[in-house]
Design a protein around this ligand. Structure first.
Ligand code: ADP
Ligand code: MG
Length: 383
């Protein structure tokens, strides 16, 4: 939908000439479960956006309509809003953290629509937070540095929504750039935009259409196991603060001292950090074969050592790898369902999509959604 149509839709529900902002979802190419270990990630913004048209009101109320949810919600900014376990929490949470920063919001009418698949691991949540952040700031004619906006989005999701996520999703949703992937150091927030405009490849995202419920409890367990690994390895390396500080060589010297499970978890995170660094080098020298191999190893490590895959993700990856034009395939996101990301030669993409879709459906009776995306631009105003 272009800007004009979007504004028209806004006017069907609300008064005023709105400004329009949008922020993309993302796919993580490599570097999984490394963010909360102070490590490296390598996502790109996708060409799927959450768009918000916004016009200020003066009654300190937010009137928020989501087209996706087909629902209008009113929130009183003076009522000390707290979590309702409702989609509007993401917007209320952004308003809450902005007010805590000293921005006094006048109230606003907001129309939301998104083509980011919701709840599929492509971060519709960060796309909503970042577009809402820009929209709310516009009602007082303010802007924030992108890094600050990303950090506030993470804070809203951690503290208001109650999801203990890292910084990757909000960071890429704000800092993404057309034809670039973004290498991010989650400790320092130093980043590098790495050109990715090879005409002869595509990133194909395959949705398994399943989401197993153990996700959040297992996530907390993995975090605790990583922390345990750091504590235990401090006996030999007193200066380490996170798994990020341990090299693979150092790890190999002490791994026999760790309990089985902790050893596996640490091996994943430490090797994944190295793979992520190597994948940046590979991309910089346009070695896509190597990039694909690193994606493959990443998946195997997530499946065997970190144990956050599931049979549907493994099947999707296995079917993809059987295809000639596929250079690499891995699960992406937290795991236990959601999507895979595949590096595929452009001239075999149609065939790849058709084959994979058929064979996955045959084995599971589920029809997978498949998205093809180029690296896209981060959050911005549509003018
Ligand atoms: P993901 O970020 O992987 O898509 P999450 O569970 O983190 O999955 O976030 C999905 C939630 O974000 C939805 O359940 C909903 O509450 C909220 N959300 C995302 N996009 C929208 C939207 N366009 N309209 C309303 N709520 C949305
Ligand atoms: Mg999310």
């Amino acid at each position: 939908m272009d800007r004009k149509q979007f504004v028209k839709k806004f006017e069907q529900h609300f008064a005023g000439k709105p400004r329009v902002f949008r922020a993309p979802g993302r796919v993580n190419l490599i570097g999984e479960h490394t963010d909360y270990n102070d490590g490296f990630v390598f996502p790109m913004a996708i060409s799927f956006y959450t768009t918000i048209a916004v016009f200020p009101t003066r009654d300190r109320k937010l009137y928020i309509r989501s087209e996706n949810m087909n629902e209008l919600i009113a929130i009183d900014l003076d009522a000390n809003a707290t979590r309702r376990n409702h989609w509007s929490d993401y917007v209320a949470g952004m308003a809450n953290v902005l007010e805590a920063e000293g921005f006094r919001l006048p109230g606003a009418s907001m129309l939301i629509d998104s083509d980011v698949p919701v709840g599929s691991g492509l971060s519709s949540s960060a796309a909503l937070e970042m577009s809402a952040g820009l929209a709310l700031l516009s009602t007082i004619g303010s802007e924030l540095a992108l890094e600050k906006l990303a950090l506030l989005g993470q804070k809203a999701e951690n503290q208001f929504v109650g999801m203990n996520c890292g910084i990757m999703d909000q960071f890429i949703s704000t800092h993404g750039k057309e034809n670039h992937a973004l290498f991010l150091d989650c400790r320092t927030l130093d980043y590098e935009l790495v050109p990715l405009q090879a005409d002869d490849i595509r990133f194909v995202i395959c949705n398994t259409m399943v989401k197993h419920e153990l996700g959040s409890s297992e996530y907390n367990k993995r975090r605790a196991e990583c922390e345990q690994g750091v504590t235990l390895m401090r006996a030999d390396y007193p200066d380490i603060k996170a798994l990020r500080d341990v090299s693979l060589v150092q790890f190999k010297k002490v791994q026999h001292k760790l309990p089985d499970i902790v050893r596996k978890r640490c091996r994943h995170v430490i090797s994944e950090n190295e793979r992520t660094l190597q994948s940046m080098t590979a991309l910089n020298s346009n070695d896509l074969e190597k990039f694909g191999q690193l994606m493959n190893s990443s998946h195997d490590s997530l499946r065997d050592d970190y144990q956050v895959s599931c049979k549907e993700l493994d099947l999707m990856v296995e079917l993809a790898r059987a295809h000639d034009g596929c250079l690499g395939a891995r699960m992406t996101g937290g795991g236990f369902g959601g999507c895979t990301v595949n590096l595929v030669l452009a001239n075999s993409v149609d065939h790849f999509v058709e084959n994979l879709s058929k064979s996955y459906e045959k084995e599971t009776t589920l029809k997978p959604d498949i998205y093809i995306s180029v690296p896209s631009e981060g959050a911005h105003e549509l003018i």
